[in-house]
Unconditional design. Sequence first.
Length: 210
Amino acid sequence: MEFLRSVENWWILQSLLERIGFITGIICVLLAALNIIWNWPFAIVSTGLYIFVFATHQLYADMGQYVYLFISNIYGWYYWSRRPKSQKAIPVIRISKKQVWWSVIIIAVLSPVLGFTLTRLAPILHYAPAAFPYLDSFCTVCSLVAQIFLARKVLENWLLWVFVDIIYIGVYSTKNLQLTAILFVIYTGLALFGYLDWRKVYRKQNNIAA
């Protein structure tokens, strides 16, 4: 009972935006892992709120990332809704070698460029220096790539999310965003579940096609 009271008090101390973003974030990832199109409106709400949360904690790369995610969630909702009438959902596909190489190049090039830009812009624009600019930028670019793959229903998007989410757990813990760190622990578990679930769907598609 004392433990539950402590958890309740801790929950109340978290910001309202972070709490709503936490709840809608879990719902959207769970629905995405279950291949349900209604993950996108929850994703739009969650990413919209986290834009403000990250801005107030000087995580500027994350803020920019969530602006992109907000827009890409709208695209994902549109793309998933364009399923053929004969199918219940857009089919799951595997990543191609070309996509792998392009992803590696994009991450390798954009991560240091974004990190360098964040360190240079802080004194020019007179705002607080970015926290972990290069690590934050690396995770941001990885997330951008993963989000594209999620919207296009590429199975391996979930593996990239697992990798990024594990790093983010450490980043948000050090920035005292405890609720967000817990959220990314849950995200990691849901991403693993999503990969396994989508892999079953993919194999089922192949069996039907065969």
